[in-house]
Design a protein around this ligand. Structure first.
Ligand SMILES: *Cc1c(COP(=O)(O)O)cnc(C)c1O
Length: 836
């Protein structure tokens, strides 16, 4: 066996720690050394012989061998940033929807082929090991997945970036479907251990909750506020390496876990109250227990605010500690740290940094506030009123008394500015205040984030414009220079190179492999749309991907899908504004027509759904039940209609990776003005699916990029939606007007899809006929017509393939590399720092 040098011994020269260095079984990227590394981990980390090792032991051993190869670059990256004292971008996010790491890490550090060969030589199939890894599901949907894509791009572009968040013990719930209903199960993702993370107890941070504020005069004559009493919780950081693609950068995702404070426990313990000390321990540790499963909705639970402050306080303390290692005052702070707030979930950071600077570091208020503003940027992710975070001032006062004072002081000074700028406009002051007055005083977190930041951005052109026009118009008028757009993107490493190896290989064979880090190069594919041979190969890739998916769904869902049918897919969180119900209504109407006359079906079609509903969102859960009810009926006579419907349970990142490469039609059908950007739409485009969509979010820019002739557009525009609502929208008129719509709704209302309870879907049908907040009925006709166009277009396979190729060719701007470059250059002012 190799003798291992002490791990903390710094290498003496750069060449010393190259892959050919002194620990080849830990750093070597060739199959022989990978194999040695895995075997060593089987023996020394798992304590097993190769013969007794289980598949899980082998997965852990391979993952640890991969982590070894990251560790060396990780140390070099950290040292390089420290020695050059670079400005860093800190991404604060309550969610990271990472998915699996093994395959992505293998791709990014260029050892996929070596790992596959090494495992093959050991008689192990790499893909079965990949499947052993649970998804890291520390997020709900798009917002959390965006954070994960951003980490990948930061590392790949060589930016000094770091993510901060919460190490939830339970991520987004596992979804089972029982009798057509969603049933939630706890996501025990850590049950078998997490090979990627490293705990750093020496960097733990104490966090105070509750207590009171004492005010007195300081020795310097200035007022002093001291937050005392209450209780302390400890934040323990767990670090996960984030490897760049094809470079030596390995950045860090630091997630905080809550631990009970020993001192506090000891007090009770010594007082003889052992039992209570154990119970209190639970109280503290529950903070990082579980991810709140709401997407685009604020439930307003006290524990949620505790989670937010917990990870923010730990992260700010960590950032300040790091800064003070190399600085003695705070003048340079904004030149060394940019902090981005992913939605308002971490917005309390504005008050926390002020508390640290003013109370703990004794800076003057004005100087502290200038530093704070120069440090923070805020990204808004939604236009929905029900998602806007507001916390009762009474809750703040109890949980974070000093922060409430600081927020009031920020507000006081801010409103004075407003008053000077717009005298005698009390209504404007009321609208802009950080405090919402009413029966219950509430703190508006978005206003706090805007006032405390130098940059406010939306996540697609349309969304950023609506943000200025409809959501924060007073702020956009007063601080126009603060508002900007950063259209979302997705990482092509996970969403093309990793998830679609066939298409990746085909693309690379024609234009080379540079696209993986320069996605605009995909444009070189555009002329190949006229190359019959390329079209054939491209269509063959899609056919094989569809066959793979059909096989997988046969094994896991016991359905036989027709791989020659159009694969029409809507996968995303279940929300009424995303209008899965519109899709379902259309399927019912299509099926009714097909039953009467099968020749009305232009092309056979498979409708796939995947979606988790928030556990307390009754309408959303009922829509899942309806889709399953429809699937049961439609699939029973698929032979005559050519229609199939499947709700795939437990939609998550690893499932998206299987479904998207096999998709023909990407359903992006939200009510215009409701989807901030969407990122699923971009993943589909990148994989050669055609979008059927409304003019909402980034669909607008996708259509612009690919051209109207390669996009299936339908539906009301934002302004038409507003106009219809203003004019007094009457959904019943749509129902009366459109026979197909009426028949479909009547069939659902009759209980046809729920024989055991005829009235099951009454709330859904009544909701549509009486209010139809998301204008499904108004858009139904246009949607159905466009679906006809889709089917007709699919009949001309050569034309379809041309359109699909153009979608891939124009996907370059939707790389998260483009997005991150814009954040880095226009907001953060951080510089690429290659690791040698
Ligand atoms: C990309 C992604 C999303 C976001 O999908 P949208 O269609 O943009 O809402 C949600 N969940 C998972 C698992 C994803 O990969």
């Amino acid at each position: 066996m190799t003798t291992l040098a002490p791990v903390d011994l710094p290498p003496t020269s750069a060449s010393d720690n190259q892959d050919t260095g002194r620990e080849p079984s830990r750093t070597g990227l060739d199959p022989r050394n990978v194999r040695r590394g895995v075997l060593e981990h089987v023996r020394f980390s798992r304590g097993k012989n190769p013969e007794t090792a289980t598949a899980h032991d082998r997965f852990m051993a391979l993952a640890l061998a991969v982590r070894d190869r990251l560790a060396d670059r990780w140390v070099r990256t950290a040292r390089s940033y420290y020695e050059q004292d670079v400005k860093r971008a800190y991404y604060l996010s309550a969610e990271y929807l990472l998915g699996r790491a093994l395959g992505n890490n293998l791709i990014n550090i260029g050892m996929y082929d070596a790992a596959e060969q090494a495992m093959r030589e050991m008689g192990v199939d790499l893909s079965t090991l990949v499947e052993m890894e649970p998804d890291a599901g520390l997020g709900n949907g798009g917002l959390g997945r965006l954070a994960a894509c951003f980490l990948d791009s930061l590392a790949t572009l060589g930016y000094p970036g770091m993510g901060y968040g919460i190490r939830y013990e339970f991520g987004i719930f596992t979804q089972d479907i029982v009798d057509g209903y969603q049933v939630e199960r706890a996501d025990e993702w850590l049950k078998f251990g997490n090979p990627w993370e490293i705990v750093r107890p020496e960097k733990a941070v104490p966090v105070r909750f509750f207590g009171r504020v004492e005010h007195h005069q300081g020795a310097d004559g200035r007022p002093v506020a001291r937050w005392v009493g209450g209780k302390t919780v400890i934040g323990v950081p767990f670090d996960t390496p984030i490897a760049g693609y094809g470079n030596n950068t390995v950045n860090t995702l630091r997630l905080w876990q809550a631990r009970a404070s020993e001192e506090f426990d000891l007090l009770l313990f010594n007082a003889g109250d052992y039992e209570r000390s154990v119970v209190e321990k639970n109280d503290s540790e529950v903070i990082s227990k579980v991810l709140y499963p709401n997407d685009a909705f604020q439930a307003g639970k006290e524990l949620r605010l505790k989670q937010q402050y917990f990870f923010v306080a730990c992260s700010i303390a960590d950032i300040v500690r790091r800064y003070l290692k190399t600085h003695t005052d705070f003048r340079d702070f904004p030149n060394k740290a940019a902090i981005q707030l992913n939605d308002t979930h971490p917005a309390i950071a504005v008050a926390e940094l002020m508390r640290v600077l003013v109370d703990e570091k004794r800076l003057q208020w004005d100087e502290a506030f200038a530093i704070t503003q120069a440090t923070f940027g805020y990204t808004n992710h939604t236009l929905l009123a029900e998602a806007m975070e507001k916390w009762p001032a009474s809750l703040f006062e109890r949980l974070l008394p000093r922060h409430l004072e600081i927020i009031y002081e920020i507000n006081h000074r801010f409103l004075r500015q407003v008053q000077i700028r717009y005298p005698f406009d009390n209504d404007r002051m009321r609208r802009m205040s950080l405090v919402e007055e009413g029966p219950e005083k509430k703190i508006r977190m978005a206003h706090l984030a805007v006032v405390g930041s130098h940059s406010v951005n939306g996540v697609a052109e349309l969304h950023s414009n609506l943000l200025k026009r409809d959501v924060l118009p007073d702020f956009a008028e007063m601080f126009p220079e603060r508002f900007n757009n950063k259209t979302n993107g997705v990482t092509p490493r996970r969403w093309l190179a990793w998830s679609n190896p066939r298409l990746s290989k085909l693309i690379t064979s024609r234009i080379g492999g540079g696209w993986a880090t320069d996605l605009d190069q995909l444009q070189k594919l555009a002329p190949l749309a006229e190359d019959a041979e390329f079209r054939k190969a491209f269509a063959e890739v899609k056919r094989q991907n569809k066959q793979d998916l059909a096989r997988y769904l046969c094994d896991t869902c016991q359905v036989n899908l027709d791989p020659n049918a159009i694969f029409d897919v809507q996968i995303k969180r279940l929300h009424e504004y995303k209008r899965q119900l519109l899709n379902a209504l259309h399927i019912v109407s299509l099926w009714m027509k097909a039953r009467r006359d099968p020749s009305t079906i232009i092309a056979p079609r498979v409708f796939l759904f995947g979606a988790k509903a928030a556990p307390g969102y009754h309408e959303a859960k009922l829509i899942i039940r309806l889709i399953n009810g429809i699937a049961e009926v439609v699939n029973s006579d698929a032979g005559t209609t050519g229609l199939q419907v499947l709700f795939v349970p437990n939609y998550r990142v690893s499932l998206a990776e299987r479904i998207i490469p096999a998709t023909d039609v990407s359903e992006q059908i939200s009510t215009a003005g409701m989807e901030a950007s969407g990122t699923g739409n971009m993943k589909f485009m990148m994989n050669g699916a055609l979008t059927l969509g409304t003019l909402d979010g980034a669909n607008v820019e996708i259509r612009q990029a690919v051209g109207d002739e390669n996009f299936f557009l339908f539906g009301l525009t934002v302004d038409e939606v507003l106009a219809r609502k203003r004019a007094g929208y009457k959904p019943r008129e749509e129902y009366e007007r459109n026979v197909e719509l009426r028949e479909a709704l009547d069939l659902i209302a009759s209980g046809f899809f729920s024989p055991e309870d005829k009235n099951l879907y009454k709330p859904l049908v009544d909701g549509l006929l009486n209010e139809d907040r998301y204008l499904l009925l108004a858009d139904f006709g246009a949607y159905a017509a466009r679906q006809q166009d889709v089917a007709r277009a699919y009949k001309d396979q050569e034309k379809w393939t041309r359109m699909a190729i153009h979608n891939v060719a124009q996907a370059g701007i939707f790389s998260s590399d483009r997005t991150i470059k814009q954040y880095a250059e226009e907001i953060w002012r951080v510089k690429q720092t290659p690791i040698t």
